[in-house]
Structures are given as structure tokens and as C-alpha cells.
Design a protein around this ligand. Structure first.
Ligand SMILES: Cc1cc2nc3c(=O)[nH]c(=O)nc-3n(C[C@H](O)[C@H](O)[C@H](O)COP(=O)(O)O)c2cc1C
Length: 236
């Protein structure tokens, strides 16, 4: 078990402090130790994530969890496929990042590049770092999250909520995660590799395991906008 971010204990902490702590400890991990997560720990994460709310309680998420040799087989095949085929996502990727969204996207990109020593404008190096997505950042496990095609956008919304709960649940038991839409850029390949039905939309993947705290890609934390930038009060 990694010692840097120990599991959160609720024993002597107020409920909102527990949530605050888990939220503060979670970050997107881009460098993992090879150590496998024990099956009961993964089962606990899945049980907690199962509590996610969804429209009509449809719970449209299905999750395919790979471990050990199965992760390595997927990693190798995905990397080969993604580096020689165009993107082919079930759910359209953003049309454009504009205004403040572009600024935030740039900021977290630069944070990552600074952390791993990539100079601004070095397209080759930033491209190489981007391809680490298809190596699952070295994670020993990956969870593929899919939705029922018939539920459309709201099925994907429910799955997004599930991804968030999964990542927080994992953090609460000392497991690091990263949600990866990049994997969904190869939706058909992912479906074929894992034998998923054509009615399943690949929403994203979650690579997970124990964090390599010394990995430079884990050496930064993203900021959040102030509430005043996102909330509008209507009182009268
Ligand atoms: C649905 C979703 C998809 C994401 N896809 C990727 C991805 O493909 N590659 C990646 O490096 N990070 C990905 N991220 C991580 C985000 O970049 C990260 O959550 C964001 O920069 C905030 O940083 P934090 O998670 O460390 O707080 C994704 C996050 C979410 C929620």
C-alpha cells in the first residue's frame, strides 16, 4: 500500500470533512506502481461506485475490469491500434474548447508538460506524452465504462457520475485513478477487444492502481475556479 495518501478514516471526522479530504486527495494519476490492487479492494470500490444516482435509477453503467496479464494484453494491443488508426469515438469529442474552457485546458496541459520537463511548443514530446494514455500510464488495472446506446446523452451523464464516484471511492481506500476519454477515441477497437455488444457505448476508461508518488507526471495539482465564477444566485 502506498504511504503517501493513506485511506481516509471516518472514525473521528465530520461527514463533510471526510468528503472534503477525499476530494482534496483525489487527482488524476499519470504514473503508477506495478503492484496489483487486491480483488477485495477492487470489489469494495465497485460496491461504493454502485451507489451512484442515475435517471430513473436505470444504472446504465457496465464496467469491464482488467487486471494483470489482461491489462498488459489490452495496453499493447491498444497502443498498436491507436498509433496506426484514426480516432473512432462512439460519443463525439468536444467540437471546440473556447474562452475560459480553452484557458483551463491549456493551463492543465502546461502544468503536466512543466512537470515532466516538456518545453512549450515541443510538439513531438507533447505528442509522446499524449500517447502515454494508450499505455494506461503504466497502471496495472483498467476499467472500461460503457452505457446503453438507447439511453443516449443521459446514459452517458449517468456514467459520468459513476466515474466520479468510482474515482472518489478508490481514493478513499488509497487507490489512485485517472479517467481517460482518450481510450474512448478507439471505441470500436475497445468493444471488439473485450467482446462487448454493439449496443454498448464506450464512455471512457479508468486506469487505476497505486500511485508512483515520485513520478514527475504526478507532481502537480490542478486548480478550480471560484464558486462565484460558476454559480448564479436568484433570490427574489
Ligand atoms: C471524463 C474525463 C475524461 C478524462 N480524460 C482524460 C484523458 O483522456 N487523458 C488524461 O490525461 N486525462 C484525462 N482526464 C483527466 C483530466 O484532465 C483531469 O481530471 C483534470 O485536468 C482535472 O485534474 P485532476 O483530475 O487532477 O483534479 C479526464 C477526466 C475526466 C473527468
Amino acid at each position: 500500500m502506498n504511504e503517501v495518501s493513506p485511506p481516509v478514516s471516518a472514525a473521528s471526522t465530520a461527514p463533510d470533512d471526510v468528503l472534503d479530504t477525499v476530494l482534496a486527495q483525489r487527482y488524476s494519476c499519470r504514473g503508477f506502481l506495478p503492484q496489483q490492487v487486491a480483488r477485495p479492494t477492487i470489489e469494495r470500490i465497485l460496491e461504493l461506485a454502485q451507489r451512484t444516482a442515475s435517471w430513473c435509477n436505470a444504472q446504465p453503467w457496465q464496467v469491464t475490469v482488467a487486471s494483470g496479464a489482461a491489462t498488459d494484453r489490452f495496453r499493447d494491443a491498444l497502443y498498436r491500434h491507436a498509433t496506426s488508426n484514426p480516432a473512432d469515438a462512439d460519443i463525439p469529442f468536444p467540437r471546440e474548447y473556447r474562452g475560459v474552457y480553452l484557458a483551463r485546458r491549456r493551463e492543465c496541459g502546461f502544468q503536466l508538460y512543466d512537470s515532466v520537463g516538456i518545453k512549450r511548443g515541443d510538439r513531438e514530446a507533447s505528442g509522446r506524452q499524449g500517447l502515454e494514455n494508450f499505455r494506461l500510464f503504466g497502471a496495472p488495472h483498467v476499467a472500461i465504462v460503457t452505457s446503453d446506446e438507447a439511453l443516449g446523452v443521459y446514459g452517458a451523464v449517468d456514467c459520468g457520475a459513476y466515474v466520479s464516484t468510482f474515482c472518489l471511492a478508490a481514493r478513499s481506500v488509497g487507490v489512485a485513478t485517472i479517467a481517460q476519454a482518450a481510450i474512448a477515441s478507439q471505441s470500436k477497437f475497445v468493444r471488439r477487444h473485450f467482446g462487448l455488444g454493439d449496443d454498448r457505448l464506450v464512455v471512457c476508461a479508468i486506469s487505476f492502481g497505486y500511485e508512483d508518488a515520485a513520478h514527475p507526471a504526478n507532481g502537480f495539482r490542478t486548480r478550480r475556479a471560484a464558486v462565484a465564477e460558476t454559480a448564479t444566485w436568484v433570490d427574489a
